[in-house]
Design a protein around this ligand. Structure first.
Ligand SMILES: *[C@@H]1O[C@H](CO)[C@@H](O)[C@H](O)[C@H]1NC(C)=O
Ligand SMILES: *[C@@H]1O[C@H](CO)[C@@H](O)[C@H](O)[C@H]1NC(C)=O
Ligand SMILES: *[C@@H]1O[C@H](CO)[C@@H](O)[C@H](O)[C@H]1NC(C)=O
Ligand SMILES: *[C@@H]1O[C@H](CO)[C@@H](O)[C@H](O)[C@H]1NC(C)=O
Length: 566
């Protein structure tokens, strides 16, 4: 068979520093699908990123579905109507109403805080969380473990008129409650033990700033965006934060004023004590910065990735596909870059206009969630834009989503190991809306060929050409384009599915009858055998009673045998 033909076409595309990529064309052997009318047939193409299907016969009974993420959300209302006071309704302003304003992922759950400084500790019910049928809708993915009033210790948020940030340090089990001008810390463990009093410490070294943005912890270092003041770095020392350094553009040898919008940081894969940071400035664009950790901390500019202004958010999970959202006039866009962390080279994979306001970006290995207010978009990470030419970007709605986090495996207790072992850490995300906690499980739904034909198509064969693209995970510059002829033969069927069940039932019934019959026969045989035995014993017994007669009988028998042997 000479079905498999491979041809190499090398496209040279000029993209900044890197210049070429290869498309390999493969003609796959034809696929024959025999199917019954009125029955769905689905064939999955796991590696495909994009597919198109063309029919030779103008038949629309088969179609390909695009690569998408399947979501299932469970919501759990926490703040009930009776939690509001009459006076709440008379005030206005975001922070006056009792509502969730911030949350963080803690060990086995989340800590969420309301505008009136009530903290809720929610713990996952893992057995509910990991039911992966994408159908069951339970409410109890988590339970409220503790409700604590922090009003006495935390300044009233209304008074502050600022949304606080929570920060969790998993290594020390500490929670930081952060404001632009003050910060406090308490122990998660002590809080969970429901001690009568919670020890809350003021962070004296916390720098007062006019603005405060994202604050993140990595390996005991705390990075905090402070807008026009740049980026502050602290170190966790026992139950305290020690200020280490402030980053401004002059630190990097650039003569610009800074206005940081967001950043993303990850460990450099190979080098110890080295981190790679993507720093997004509102005016100057996106920078790749090396962060060295020695006694203190130092920064080095590796490359200036984009000069695009209007930056809103940046995120990456793998360090290679880097997403940046920005606003230009009244439009929102997401840029995807391919970045090489080792040499700092980068190029734009694509520019995507987004039809809703973009608040934040959150990346997984495979896709990024472009977070809006009620409407969010999924963009798949890719090597090249054109690989997914025919792909329709997926929109999903989640009303009032306020804050969320991806589940991190290492944030669970050790004895939960067996339950979660087989799942990826980013199999779900969870967070808060104004009054609820929610959990959204997701899974990538591969490209599928789906067919359904009717009775009138019986006996006919329909021909399609299927083309799909796949990329190889490890080889960056290779796209494989598959072409496959698909013949769908609609075959006559005598039984419909329901009738098949009936036949199955009848066969099983007949089988049962047969088994019962055999059983009876066996019983009958065994009974007869026993009666025979009884009879023999009876005969022998009565023979013994008659003494001599038996010997005669025996001799007669022996004689008979003898004559037989002769
Ligand atoms: C696959 O990739 C090629 C090359 O980038 C592109 O032309 C094509 O539209 C993509 N999609 C399909 C289904 O072939
Ligand atoms: C569909 O097209 C193929 C190829 O042209 C042909 O062999 C086949 O008979 C057609 N089937 C129908 C139902 O028209
Ligand atoms: C920085 O730029 C400003 C104006 O753009 C200029 O006046 C100043 O001399 C520059 N400083 C240095 C050290 O280059
Ligand atoms: C999960 O938490 C660990 C410990 O803090 C951290 O090293 C790791 O990067 C986190 N993973 C993700 C995907 O955030």
């Amino acid at each position: 068979m000479n079905y498999l033909q491979i041809s190499l076409i090398v496209y040279f595309v000029f993209r900044g520093s890197s210049t070429a990529f290869t498309i390999t064309e493969i003609n796959e052997p034809p696929l024959l699908i025999k199917m019954h009318p009125n029955q769905h047939r689905t064939i999955t193409f796991d590696d495909a990123r994009d597919a198109i299907l063309q029919s030779f016969n103008q038949s629309k009974c088969c179609e390909v579905t695009s690569l998408q993420v399947q979501f299932e959300t469970q919501e759990f209302r926490i703040i009930q109507h009776q939690d509001f006071k009459e006076s709440d309704f008379q005030l206005d302003g975001v922070l006056n109403f009792r509502q969730f304003v911030s949350m963080i992922h803690i060990k086995d759950g989340m800590l969420a805080i309301t505008s009136d400084s009530i903290a809720y500790i929610l713990k996952f019910n893992y057995d509910r969380v990991f039911v992966h049928d994408f159908e069951e809708k339970g409410q109890q993915f988590a339970r409220i473990r503790l409700k604590a009033d922090l009003q006495t210790i935390a300044p009233s948020l209304v008074a502050k008129n600022e949304m606080p940030q929570l920060l969790f340090a998993p290594s020390t089990n500490l929670v930081f409650l952060l404001f632009s001008d003050s910060a406090q810390v308490f122990s998660m463990q002590q809080m969970e033990q429901q001690a009568d009093s919670l020890d809350v410490y003021q962070i004296n070294d916390w720098r007062r700033r006019k603005q405060r943005g994202l604050t993140k912890e990595i390996d005991g270092l705390v990075f905090s965006v402070v807008g026009r003041d740049g980026l502050d770095v602290y170190k966790i020392v026992q139950k305290d934060l020690k200020f280490l350094k402030n980053l401004k553009f002059d630190t990097l040898g650039l003569n610009y004023s800074i206005d940081i919008a967001d950043f993303a940081i990850l460990k450099h894969g190979t080098k110890e004590n080295l981190y790679s940071m993507f720093l997004l400035d509102r005016n100057c664009g996106l920078f790749l910065i090396d962060v060295f950790r020695d006694q203190s901390i130092s920064f080095g500019l590796r490359s200036w990735i984009s000069e695009q202004s209007g930056g809103i958010s940046v995120d990456t999970r793998n360090g290679r596909n880097v997403f940046m959202a920005y606003q230009s006039l009244n439009h929102y866009y997401v840029l995807e870059f391919n970045v090489d962390l080792d040499n700092g080279n980068s190029f734009i994979i694509r520019i995507k206009q987004i039809n809703h306001r973009v608040i934040d970006l959150d990346a997984t290995e495979d896709f990024v969630i472009v977070q809006g207010v009620n409407q969010h978009m999924i963009l798949f990470a890719n090597g090249y834009d054109y690989v997914m030419n025919h792909h329709q970007d997926q929109i999903f709605k989640h009303l009032g989503l306020r804050d969320f986090a991806f589940f991190n495996q290492s944030y669970k207790l050790d004895d939960m190991d067996d339950i979660t072992k087989k799942y990826y850490y980013d199999d779900f995300f969870f967070g808060i809306t104004a009054q609820s906690a929610f959990l959204t499980r997701f899974q990538i739904d591969p490209i599928k060929l789906k067919c359904l034909y009717s009775q009138s198509d019986v006996g006919q064969t329909f021909t399609y050409t299927l083309q799909y693209n796949s990329t190889l995970d490890n080889i960056q510059d290779l796209v494989v384009r598959h072409t496959q002829i698909v013949n769908v033969e609609v075959v006559k069927t005598y039984f419909y599915e329901e009738e098949q069940y009936l036949i199955f039932f009848i066969v099983v019934l007949l089988g049962l009858i047969l088994i019962v019959g055999l059983g009876c026969a066996c019983q009958w045989y065994l009974n007869n055998k026993r009666e025979y035995q009884i009879l023999v014993e009876y005969v022998q017994k009565s023979a013994r009673d008659k003494g001599i007669k038996q010997e005669d009988q025996t001799s007669v028998f022996q004689q008979k045998n003898k004559s037989f042997l002769q």
